[in-house]
Design a protein around this ligand. Structure first.
Ligand code: C2O
Ligand code: CU
Length: 554
């Protein structure tokens, strides 16, 4: 493959949106950040200069980085933050990924403004498994906060409060003409009649799943998370933070202007979803009188439309062709059952603002992940003790009716805060069933994301997982192979993967609020017997683990 070099300058940049100006951390002064483009199998180097005010790390979301965890990026998992005034060069090894992925900051909530698309084209001599489109366009969703995200994170962690709703969502950096002071800057995609475009859609929103539709144009989904899927023809998509989709759209309607809408599926605070919808315009070139207003979709699922979300999400199938085979492990050597929940952490002297002086937290199997002072990878590789425990449980401590409507705010569980990781043997075949819970009456989808792998989603459903009947529904023939999947509200999902990538790999909910509250764990995949089945040697230079970062070690 080819080798590409990029320079990323991280610095604070002034932006005016929603009638107010703020300074936000960016890469090369742009929001969203630059598109990285390569071909399947290439190597990309990104030299990051941190000219900002606090430590930052970057992550190449969905790129497996075979045996190369040193450059994966989650803070205190595979590295310590790159401190202000220093630089660090990431080496990104592309392997089986092809399609659209993205890169983003993986420290505190810097992802809000530090992110961009990662486009991986077919290798020379190969092509898309669909007719070559006439044009391609990245469509990236993000959240915009008028306030500094560091202030918001600080408040959220201290109070356990819910400072989460953004002031707007954006499409390619712009809120669109629904919002004040945003009319002039609305993103416009100009298209020629008769042409087909490949939309490379990225959801980098902080905490909310999104529906997306283009008025009067069907969408054909052909890829997800850097792998192709059997085409899905649909009038809308549902996409969670951390998901990416390749979508074809043909411009074959009357010459005119059509809204592209991104609206939140569920936002803990929005009471009227119409008010929080980002809008862009799909605009035909040609000779015609521009309409006074673009055409609005006749249908886009409404706020909290669980049925429409499920209907879309369950349609995904791998290509399962000779060129794009599936390789679902049929025998399972390591089985886990993981509950996903919002819970409470005790505060010293009941000093917090939550119920009975506790603070809101979240957990996997009732454990809230705590960042260690030295990253797990370094501690593991150098045999440093005291930074993590290889004791992440295969099941939650107590089993109960996870999805009952009676689980109100008084039925919360107290989570324990610890750095507990799961060890996996090289080539273990792993099956994990995730069970969403309604603890504290706070059930919602959780987009679970795993680093270092793509996994097969072999089944999912609503309600409590039944280990006798539900496995009978598993798809072992053409399940989708993804890096992020929404475990449904009050429902379950089962995934499988082969632990063939030695390293230290983060797994977490891709809502930043939940991630910061501890809805995370780490897999350490042990080396196989040879150099080719072992973690690559570390680079000469890695950022030092100091305590200068605002919200890192504790
Ligand atoms: Cu998109 Cu852990 O990351
Ligand atoms: Cu979550």
């Amino acid at each position: 493959g080819n080798v590409h070099y990029h320079e990323f300058i991280l610095k604070d940049t002034n932006f005016t949106k929603l009638c107010s100006t703020k300074s936000a951390l960016t890469v090369n002064e742009s929001f969203p950040g630059p598109i990285v483009q390569a071909q399947k199998g290439d190597t990309v180097y990104v030299n990051v200069y941190n000219e900002g005010r606090y430590g930052v790390t970057l992550h190449w979301h969905g790129i497996k980085q075979p045996r190369n965890p040193w450059f994966d990026g989650p803070e205190y998992v595979t590295q310590c933050p790159i401190q202000p005034g220093t630089n660090f060069t990431y080496q990104i090894l592309l392997s089986s990924e092809e399609g659209t992925l993205f890169w983003h900051a993986h420290s505190d909530w810097s992802r809000a403004t530090v992110h961009g698309a990662f486009v991986i084209l077919p290798a020379n001599g190969t092509s898309y498994p669909f007719p070559k489109p006439d044009g391609e366009q990245v469509i990236l969703f993000a959240s915009w906060y008028k306030e500094d995200v560091m202030t918001l994170l600080d408040e959220t962690l201290k109070s356990g409060g819910l400072t989460t709703s953004s002031d707007s969502y954006t499409i390619n950096g712009e809120p669109g003409d629904f919002y004040l002071c945003s009319n002039e800057t609305t993103y416009r995609m100009s298209v020629d009649y008769g042409k087909t475009y490949l939309l490379r859609i990225v959801n980098s929103v902080q905490n909310v799943d999104m529906f997306f539709a283009i008025a009067e144009h069907n969408l054909t989904v052909v890829g997800a998370d850097g792998a192709y899927v059997k085409p899905i023809v649909t009038s809308y998509i549902m996409i969670t933070p951390g998901q990416t989709m390749d979508v074809l759209v043909t411009a074959k309607q009357s010459l005119g202007h059509y809204y592209m809408l991104a609206s939140p599926y569920y936002d803990g605070e929005a009471d009227d979803f119409d008010k929080s919808m980002a809008r862009a315009i799909f605009q035909y070139n040609g000779n015609y009188t521009p309409p006074s207003s673009p055409i609005y979709p006749t249908y886009i699922p409404g706020y909290y439309d669980i049925d429409s979300a499920r209907k879309f999400v369950t349609q995904f199938r791998s290509l399962a062709s000779a060129e794009h085979p599936v390789d679902v492990p049929l025998n399972v050597t390591t089985r886990m059952f993981i509950t996903i929940s919002i819970g409470m952490l005790h505060c010293p002297n009941n000093s917090c603002a939550g119920p009975e002086g506790n603070r809101i937290a979240s957990g996997l199997n009732n454990i809230s992940f705590a960042n260690p002072a030295v990253d797990v990878l370094q501690a593991y590789y150098r045999n440093l003790s005291g930074y993590y425990n290889a004791s992440f449980p295969d099941e939650p401590p107590n089993l109960f009716n996870f999805t009952s409507e009676d689980l109100t705010a008084d039925n919360y569980t107290i989570t324990s805060r610890a750095t507990r990781v799961k060890m996996l043997d090289y080539n273990a075949t792993v099956e994990i069933t995730f069970q969403g819970t309604n603890i504290m009456d706070s059930g919602e989808n959780h987009p679970v994301h795993l680093h270092g792998f793509r996994f097969y989603v072999i089944g999912s459903g609503l309600g409590n997982f039944d280990n006798v009947t539900d496995p009978l529904t598993y798809n072992l023939v053409d399940p989708p192979e993804v890096n992020t999947f929404p475990v449904p509200k009050d429902g379950w999902a089962t995934i499988r993967f082969i632990a063939d990538n030695p390293g230290v790999w983060f797994m977490h909910c891709h809502f930043d609020r939940h991630m910061s509250w501890g809805m995370d764990t780490v897999f350490i995949v042990k080396n196989g017997g040879t150099d080719e089945t072992s973690i690559r040697p570390p680079p000469d230079y890695l950022p030092a683990c100091s305590k200068n970062s605002l919200f890192g070690a504790d």
